[in-house]
Ligand binder design. Structure first.
Ligand code: RET
Length: 236
């Protein structure tokens, strides 16, 4: 019978494969975007460590009668701010909006974790704070950061920003739902089922985000090359 370790092992394999493909992609993106591209490799790369630990049985803590996978929150605490940082860098957002976005996203995870390890009703209050902060993240991604993107990006880059932003917002909204339905909340989903959903989402959100960006950056690179060829530069 499939157990939670099976899901963690599948998650580990998914993150390993995704990281390998994205690492190879480093050689395919234009040189000037490579620094930023490293974020896309780090995101599933960090998850490899988290999933390896969970597969080996580390990182679970027992609180208030249920198990909390602390390593998973540590992974999210590190990686989800990197995801939104990538969006802010892509958009050319100002420093203030970028820092606010990253901090709000990190705090969302901190409050979600605090809620998961606290007894009810404190848990729900902490969840509500986390959810409110996350609404702030969504607001910034649709307003300030999108505004910056609209004023700095070409049409193709803007469509990449929109695709990644919508991908993030829609898929990430499932996480608080799983929190609420799972053992930290209403207890309608058992730990195994919630883990299955989260493992699937973790791989899709991390690797999918990277692949969408990789493909678009490769396209942008070839557009750039085509333009370069059309306009020979004088000198050596
Ligand atoms: C919590 C509970 C508190 C309220 C909210 C949450 C949101 C979590 C999110 C997690 C995203 C994780 C990703 C992982 C990829 O591997 C912390 C569940 C809003 C958005 C993308």
């Amino acid at each position: 019978m499939a157990t939670i370790t099976t899901w963690f092992t599948l998650g580990l394999l998914g993150e390993l494969l995704g990281t390998a493909v994205l690492a190879y992609g480093y050689t395919l993106v234009p040189e000037e975007t490579r620094k930023r591209y490293l974020l896309l490799i780090a995101i599933p790369g960090i998850a490899i460590v988290a999933y390896a630990l969970m597969t080996l049985g580390f990182g679970a803590i027992q609180t208030d009668g249920h198990v909390v996978y602390a390593v998973r929150y540590a992974d999210w605490l590190l990686t989800t701010p990197l995801n939104v940082l990538f969006l802010a860098l892509l958009a050319g957002a100002n420093r203030r909006d970028t820092v606010t976005l990253v901090v709000l996203q990190a705090l969302t995870i901190v409050f979600g974790f605090a809620g998961a390890v606290s007894p009810s009703p404190v848990s729900y209050a902490l969840f509500a704070v986390g959810a409110t902060l996350f609404l702030g993240v969504i607001y910034l991604l649709y307003r300030n950061i999108a505004g910056a993107a609209a004023s700095t990006l070409s049409d193709i880059e803007m469509s990449l920003y929109r695709t990644l932003r919508n991908f993030v917002v829609v898929l990430w909204m499932v996480y608080p739902v799983v929190w609420l339905l799972g053992v930290p909340g209403l207890g309608l989903l058992d730990v195994e089922t919630a883990s299955l959903v989260v493992v699937y989402l973790d791989v899709v959100t991390k690797v999918g985000f990277g692949l969408i960006a990789l493909l678009a950056m490769m396209d942008l690179g070839s557009v750039g090359e085509a333009t370069d060829e059309a306009t020979p530069v004088a000198g050596d």
